[in-house]
Design a protein around this ligand. Structure first.
Ligand code: COA
Length: 555
């Protein structure tokens, strides 16, 4: 079937559905929802059997939904209507929530129901629920709806029209506000969780209006509303019965989401408190060391890379046989921290420092000769973060993980992290070129098929965690462990003799230097738009295949 994705952006949910439906053999095209005439043009060119809207901020024009089946992925249970669905669910303390696939009609979220799926709510940030539970439920609902489509088109089945429920209004900043003089930690956290990712909770810090993101409870007390100190890169603020740690903030004057201490120089003067959640954690089980690095949004700035390198070196000083790199909970890694680069006095210089710190980290993993290494991707990885994963000997991913192992979407960035070494040795030179050229997301299953990673397993996070630990144990206790290690050392030595790792790095960095300091400002422009979240004004051609001159509808 031809399926057109009509979406505000090619976000994680859209990408996940894209890889799932591509794997089912459907022909897919994407059109960003820019205006009605552009959408109509896309529909006329692609002539889809189905229009799927995973992430829309506007209504679909009636001329389209009257003539085509348009299914909207609504992040709410059956009967729920209106914007801010997940935000309201968190505010209301729902214990179970879901995703409903509705057919587009004149009234918002009022169309007949094609499919639905539910999940148990977790006390987590909205963005995390969206990337995990909502995404998995959406996949289940879309799969169920697709099975009904042939019967619908043949006139044998009609979706269920439910009685219309009242619609939730948009959750406004007034509803999201925290009253620091009256609110408990639990209430403040509910508001912060429901606003995480976008739009944040509007507040004031150090006299500056800003939006707050990324928070957790902190064991401290003080005068309600007072900033008690800084812990890690966040600040701790008292509530009436405790405190919350505020990790990230977007000042209204700069509009760049940054760690609190980076956004506010005033934070440096605060008393330093012990962080009660560390981004980097190391633990051991038998002869296996597990290193997790839960950087917000998977962004790894210069200091994050340096701290992780030090933690990796410390892990290597331990008497283990295997080191497992776990990445973060929601993202394994998304490479350079583009927000920090954007906020730097010289973004070009900061980009250079950041890529060198990232390369140092990758080199340390590749050069590890006395034990085996594993990258275990619980969450998605993009750009340099995907190649950081490939620096390990084994790469495993949770089945629902989506990889974006390419750089060009960021203003034609060449990329480093030794990808010229790591990629062709796994998939061969022609496919390496193809991956970089296509710039498309790669699902974990397909990534295994082409040899990009070694294995994908685990239907959910817990399942993945249990299995990866069992697999790591199996490696550590394999009868041929010593032989495996010897083979790894032999291969590295042979690779080094054929082309030193330093040469790969120098070649890549020469290209990156052009991207950062050269005449072509594409990378700086693309990064600026990415950080500022500038709405798209056109759909990239690699997604809008119907706009290619070679596009022709198959007979
Ligand atoms: N630096 C800073 N922030 C980043 C980031 C990075 N490298 N990668 C992702 N983010 C942020 C996004 O801005 C977004 O922020 P929000 O919390 O304000 O919404 C959040 O992480 C989630 O990203 P999003 O794009 O919504 O996730 P996605 O799963 O839909 O898409 C990617 C994943 C990897 C395709 C996309 O984030 C991306 O292109 N990232 C940039 C990768 C890159 O070019 N890195 C530099 C070269 S190594």
């Amino acid at each position: 079937m031809r399926i057109l994705f009509l979406t505000h952006a090619f976000n994680s949910l859209t990408q996940r559905l894209y890889v799932e439906l591509a794997a089912l053999g459907h022909q897919l095209a994407v059109e960003f929802d820019i205006n009605d005439s552009v959408t109509q043009e896309a529909v006329a060119l692609f002539r889809p059997h189905l229009i799927l809207a995973p992430y829309l901020r506007r209504a679909i024009p009636p001329e389209i939904w009257r003539q085509h089946v348009c299914l909207i992925v609504h992040p709410g249970i059956v009967g729920d209507r209106g914007p801010s669905a997940l935000d309201w669910a968190i505010h209301h303390g729902e214990s179970e929530w879901g995703v409903t696939l509705l057919q587009a009609e004149m009234a918002m979220d009022a169309g007949p129901v094609w499919a639905a799926a539910t999940f148990v709510m977790r006390p987590a940030m909205k963005s995390s629920l969206y990337r995990n539970e909502v995404t998995e439920a959406a996949v289940r609902a879309v799969r169920a709806a697709l099975q009904k489509l042939p019967d619908y088109l043949a006139g044998h089945w009609r979706p269920q029209q439910l009685p219309l429920q009242p619609m939730h209004p948009l959750l406004r900043q007034e509803d999201r506000a925290i009253d620091w003089s009256r609110d408990t930690t639990a209430r403040a956290l509910t508001h912060l969780r429901a606003a995480d990712g976008f739009p944040g909770v509007r507040d004031t810090l150090f006299g500056q209006p800003c939006q707050l993101f990324n928070a957790h409870a902190y064991a401290a007390s003080g005068e309600p509303g007072a900033i008690l100190g800084r812990a890690g890169e966040g600040v701790v603020r008292a509530t009436i019965d405790g405190a919350v740690w505020l990790g990230h903030v977007k000042r209204l004057d700069t509009a760049i989401k940054l760690p609190c201490v980076a956004a506010f120089p005033e934070a440096a003067a605060l008393p330093e408190l012990t962080p009660n959640v560390d981004e980097i954690e190391y633990c051991e089980s038998g002869e296996i060391g597990y290193l997790s690095f839960n950087f917000y949004n998977g962004a790894m700035g210069t200091s994050a890379c340096e701290r992780l390198l030090a933690a990796f070196a410390a892990a290597k000083s331990r008497p283990t046989k295997v080191i497992v790199l776990l990445g973060g909970e929601d993202f394994f890694s998304n490479g350079l921290d583009l927000n920090r680069i954007e906020a730097a006095a010289s973004p070009a210089d900061e980009s250079w420092r950041n890529i060198n710190a990232m390369d140092d980290l990758c080199a340390a993993i590749i050069h590890t000769q006395d034990r085996l290494t594993v990258s275990a991707l619980r969450g998605n990885a993009g750009a340099g973060g995907a190649y950081l994963a490939l620096a390990a000997d084994y790469v495993w991913a949770r089945r629902g993980v989506v990889l974006n192992p390419h750089y060009k979407n960021m203003g034609n960035l060449y990329g480093s992290e030794y990808w010229r070494y790591l990629l062709p040795r796994r998939v061969g030179e022609p496919r390496a070129k193809e991956i970089m050229r296509r710039r498309l997301p790669l699902g974990a299953t397909e990534a295994v098929e082409i040899g990009f990673i070694d294995a994908s397993f685990g239907d959910d996070w817990q399942d993945f965690d249990l299995t990866l630990r069992a697999r790591a144990e199996a490696i550590a206790h394999a009868p041929n462990f010593t032989a495996q290690l010897a083979a790894k050392q032999h291969r590295r030595a042979a690779d080094e003799a054929s082309k030193p790792l330093a040469t790969y790095r120098a070649e890549e960095l020469k290209q990156m230097q052009r991207n950062f300091f050269g005449f072509d400002p594409s990378y700086h422009i693309a990064r600026h738009h990415f950080v500022q979240k500038t709405p798209a004004s056109w759909t990239p051609r690699h997604l809008a295949i119907h706009r290619e001159t070679s596009w022709a509808i198959p007979d």
